[in-house]
Design a binder for this molecule. Structure first.
Ligand code: GLA
Length: 414
């Protein structure tokens, strides 16, 4: 398998960094993990909805080789100030400790901690160098990194996992239990299973995966990620954690009132929805707004899947936009810069839909755009965004993305 031009540039960087930091990766492998773009239901994973998304071509590349010791030695080209992160396997700081809060090293520490906790025997250490071009906040950089580290350590230790979904759980546990981020399973699922040119459908009931190509005759569209240049703190420090708690609270109130549900996605029938709304809209109007978004987005989800299968990208875009308005006004998880991006691109002909992406507050928005309108969207952002958000005039970026495989391994390059 050939590396793309960007992959080659990343590899050049990695090779230099390996040499400069005395890390021996000669003869090793390169594992490339993607980012992801969710088409629905955003914020549905921890509410129990079905999910649909694609892998996108912003990546983390990790070149590594077993080093014959029980030490892990890693350098990240994105966090050079952290120098080489080096530790004896099994000897990592305790979960969520302040000692590791500021270093990217918390990810490899967390992977070692979780794999060990789950009973995997790791004896073989690795030398490795990483480099990535996934912007923070919205494209799942942390899930991509966790998956890359887990898969690479499994490979170095000859561990094979039959049921791939277990790897999703392990990567989520790294973030939930070691890092302290309350993320769901959307990101890991959409990256681990992503296939070039395909949409990935996930059903939480039986945890199955199905691949859906976009229907024949669909207009040529691009996925555009609009990085606002803002820094998004960890999900634990953001509105994300509050929204999760609110959704859980409404579930528990409804259960106490006798509704037979275990998550908000279970409120699917109009009659049930109307009853819950009638019962709680006076006392808990905020919580009802959260439900309003999830209920509507879940309904639209099925319509979106049908449109995708039929190649009706206009409808896919329209639903993406409606979801965005629900996320902004009812779920209230968007942020001012994210909405500035949406407002700018919404004015461009050929933009089918736009909304905030991922965890919320800060980070990136996204748009579904007809191929011929990509230049127009870039121009609109270039003139509109810095005028509106001068503080981020030097930091924002527009990424035009392809739909790619989530995980690829290259041999014979090092
Ligand atoms: C973040 C989380 C995911 C998911 C999305 C919102 O990316 O990590 O689990 O909840 O936000 O859809």
């Amino acid at each position: 398998m050939e590396l793309t031009a960007e992959g080659k540039a990343a590899l050049d960087k990695i090779l230099k960094l390996a040499e400069g930091n005395n890390l021996n990766i000669k003869g090793g492998k390169v594992r490339r993990t993607s980012s992801r773009f969710c088409l629905g239901v955003e914020h549905g994973d921890y509410n129990g909805t079905e999910l649909f998304g694609v892998g996108t071509d912003r990546f983390i590349w990790m070149a590594y080789k077993p080093n014959g010791t029980n030490k892990i030695r890693l350098f990240s080209g994105n966090f050079p100030d952290d120098r080489v992160v080096e530790f004896k396997m099994g000897k990592v700081p305790s979960p969520k400790s302040t000692e590791v809060a500021e270093t990217w090293g918390r990810f490899p520490y967390g992977v070692d901690f979780i794999l060990r906790r789950e009973g995997f025997e790791l004896t073989q250490g690795i030398d490795g160098v990483l480099y990535g071009n996934i912007p923070g906040g919205g494209m799942s950089r942390s899930a991509s990194l966790s998956l890359n580290l887990i898969l690479s350590l499994f490979d170095a230790n000859g561990i094979e996992i039959e049921n791939k979904i277990q790897i999703v759980d392990l990567a989520q546990a790294v973030e939930n239990d070691y890092i302290g981020s309350p993320c769901g399973k959307l990101d890991q699922t959409m990256i681990l299973f992503a296939r070039e040119g395909m949409g990935t459908y996930y059903d939480p009931k039986d945890r199955s995966i199905e691949y859906l190509p976009i229907g024949a005759g669909a207009a040529d569209i691009r996925i555009v990620v609009l990085d606002t240049g803002t820094d998004r703190p960890g999900l634990e420090k953001s509105t994300y954690a509050i929204r999760r708690a609110e959704c859980e609270k409404l579930v528990s109130l409804a259960q106490k009132a006798g509704f037979d549900i275990s998550c908000l996605a279970d409120i699917k029938q109009e009659a049930t929805y109307d009853k819950v709304m009638a019962q709680f809209s006076n006392s808990h109007s905020d919580l009802c707004d959260r439900l309003k978004y999830i209920y509507g987005a879940q309904k639209r989800f099925y319509e979106m899947l049908e449109a995708w299968k039929a190649g009706d990208v206009e409808t896919v875009g329209k639903i993406f936009r409606q979801d965005g308005i629900g996320l902004r006004d009812d779920y209230k998880i968007s942020g001012p810069e994210l909405e500035t991006m949406c407002d700018i691109v919404r004015t461009v002909p050929g933009v089918l839909g736009e909304r905030m992406l991922g965890g919320g507050d800060k980070g990136a928005s996204g748009a579904l755009v007809k191929a011929e309108s990509v230049d127009a969207i870039k121009q609109a952002v270039e003139s509109g965004y810095p005028r509106s958000r001068p503080d981020f005039a030097d930091k924002y970026a527009v990424h035009v993305c392809k739909v790619v495989d989530g995980v690829r391994v290259y041999e014979g390059l090092l």
